[in-house]
Design a protein around this ligand. Structure first.
Ligand code: PLP
Length: 408
């Protein structure tokens, strides 16, 4: 924590009565700090490189190493003078460029949907889906997997509809809720395909089997897009046999190493997003440079399966050896490998220990995950080499024997 933050936290120690606005904020921060939930931002020097200030980065979502890929940078640089740095306006004024349409067409084709639309971020894409679909009619229900990302949940919280959650990946519970709320005209089911904090997979085929004419499935492929499926198309296409009542959302800020997001689905739905989504209409369109970088990243992923192969080699190597560290492996073939610690205080201690031993990871705590499920979220990338993964594994072993065993 910086000196300024330490002072702020100290200053607010005694102010609890008759609070003015500043004092209320200080009090809130203090409570947050005492609950071991205070976050500080790491300052990176070389964008998402595996080594940062002599430490190894094992917490980035740059799964394929595309954020610093020389070929993508070169192609994007070449077109920079033509594209310019900014889109200049919102999409419905004059911010929609040919490069946006090129990427939309490429994505619609890749994920096998009729049409796609781009957003400046995945958060905005998720808000847009909820804004347009959940406010269609008041007889609407949003049914979420319990572990859905905040951006998926927030859209439903803001919408004028009933919202409920099914137990994580539990299709029996989902079916129960669908029957219970059968009186709702419009039913929207939301899930991630690869869960961001658990690294596990949604039972997409089983969920799809529960759909009918009045229900739509929305799949957030943020962490799977670029990594899984043919040419990185994600998991939704392979695991769902419906086209008409399915929307796919994905981000460019993770495996593609860029920024922005897409929603793909039936033409009718995408046209409705263009016309009605407030996070599409009332914001400057996605930067042409980020769009270009995403387009080049998708093309590179087509041409060079070796990036994905390297990532999966690293995942297999890590999973194969994790048990030797004393932590049990969830054996997920996933770039996201959570080490569940439990309480927030021990989790911070564990992250600090790894940091002191040259490993950058973050302690993921409530409200991102359940209160008693604080975790070290390790992410693997194609850019890691075996020596670096060995260093991580050896340090995890030390963490288990020197810190965790003594604190339990
Ligand atoms: N959905 C999921 C599952 C995510 O993990 C994230 C990012 O953390 C988002 C959506 C938001 O995407 P973006 O970072 O592009 O806003």
């Amino acid at each position: 924590m910086s000196a300024v933050t330490t002072k702020l936290v100290k200053d607010c120690a005694n102010n609890t009565d008759n609070l003015n606005i500043s004092e209320q904020l200080k009090h809130k921060l203090k409570t947050h700090y005492s609950n071991n939930l205070y976050r500080s931002r790491l300052q990176f020097i070389k964008n998402q490189q595996p080594e940062q200030k002599g430490k190894l980065n094992f917490c980035s979502n740059d799964y394929l190493g595309f954020a610093n890929n020389a070929e993508i940078i070169k192609k994007t640089q070449e077109l920079l003078p033509i594209l310019g740095t900014g889109s200049g306006a919102s999409n419905l004024i004059c911010g929609y460029h040919t490069i946006h349409q090129d990427l939309e067409l490429l994505i619609a084709n890749l994920v096998n949907c009729e049409q796609a639309i781009l957003f400046p971020s995945g958060y905005m894409a998720n808000l847009a889906i909820a804004d347009v679909l959940l406010n269609l009619n008041t007889n609407t229900i949003a049914i979420h997997d319990h572990n859905n990302h905040a951006s998926i949940l927030d859209g439903s919280r803001l919408a004028n509809c009933k919202m409920t959650r099914f137990a994580h990946n539990n299709t029996e519970h989902l079916n129960l809720l669908l029957n219970k709320y059968n009186n709702y005209n419009n039913k929207f089911i939301f899930t991630e395909s690869l869960f961001s904090m658990d690294g596990d997979f949604a039972p997409l085929t089983e969920i799809t089997n529960l759909l009918n004419d009045n229900s739509v499935l929305i799949i957030d492929e943020s962490h799977a897009f670029g990594v899984y499926g043919n040419n990185g198309q994600g998991l939704a296409h392979q695991k769902t046999n419906t086209k008409k009542n399915k929307l796919i959302m994905g981000t460019f800020g993770k495996a593609l190493g860029s920024a922005g997001a897409f929603v793909a689905g039936p033409k009718l739905f995408i046209e409705s997003l263009i016309q009605f989504a407030r996070t599409y209409i009332y914001t400057t369109a996605l930067s042409p440079i980020a769009t270009m970088a995403s387009l080049e990243a998708i093309k590179l992923n087509f041409q060079r399966p070796e990036y994905r192969e390297k990532l999966f080699d690293n995942i297999h190597y890590f999973c194969l050896n994790l048990e030797k560290t004393g932590f049990s492996s969830p054996a997920l073939v996933s770039p996201i490998q959570p080490i569940i610690i439990g309480d927030s205080k021990t989790c911070i201690k564990a992250a600090d220990f790894l940091n002191r031993h040259g490993i950058i990871v973050t302690a993921v705590r409530a409200p991102t995950v359940a209160k008693n499920k604080a975790r070290i979220r390790i992410t693997l990338s194609a850019k890691h080499n075996i020596n670096q993964i060995d260093h991580l594994l050896n340090t995890l072993k030390k963490l288990k024997t020197e810190i965790l065993n003594s604190s339990i």
